[in-house]
Design a protein around this ligand. Structure first.
Ligand code: HEC
Length: 138
């Protein structure tokens, strides 16, 4: 009887030890996902060109729709760069692509500038827009 109890005890102890081992191997925390998200928020809103040269281009082509104040006639003829702050919060690459290839949004059309302006001229025009309308509020 005593032997049987010892064997039973031994079995119980070894059983609980195996149980402990399983619990100890918890999965490592997912730190990589967090790091990736932080990088995605890193938007390039620097001036990609010369805003002084861009002012002339803006006056010649963009002003008709976007207006001298950058408000697109209350957002009717173009994007309102001041009220709709999400516009200039976009990456330079995204906005240069919009300028080059244009946007069609129902009745509102942003005409493609590819073939009209050189890449440098588009960068200059965007720089003028960023510098003039970028930091004002409302
Ligand atoms: C015929 C009118 C018109 C002209 C000319 C025009 N735009 Fe636009 N632009 C628009 C409209 C309309 C939108 C908004 C389209 C939309 O609803 O998404 C827009 C949007 C934009 C945006 C924001 C794009 C985005 O991804 O959110 C930029 C930047 C821009 N225009 C730059 C320019 C520049 C630079 C010029 C001159 C070289 C120019 N536009 C000339 C009508 C015009």
């Amino acid at each position: 009887m005593k032997r049987f109890m010892l064997i039973l005890l031994a079995l119980l102890v070894s059983g609980s030890l195996i149980g402990c081992k399983k619990k100890a191997s918890a999965p490592a925390p997912a730190t990589r996902k967090v790091a990736k998200r932080a990088i995605a928020k890193n938007v390039d809103t620097s001036l990609p060109g010369d805003p002084v040269a861009g002012a002339k281009i803006y006056a010649r082509i963009c002003l008709a729709c976007h207006g001298a104040n950058g408000r697109g006639n209350g957002g009717m003829t173009a994007a309102d760069f001041i009220k709709d702050t999400s516009r200039l919060a976009k990456d330079n690459k995204v906005l240069l692509n919009s300028i080059a290839n244009g946007i069609k949004n129902g009745m509102r059309v942003m005409p493609a500038q590819k073939g009209v302006l050189s890449k440098k001229e588009m960068k200059d025009a965007l720089s003028y827009i960023r510098k003039t309308f970028g930091k004002k509020k409302k």
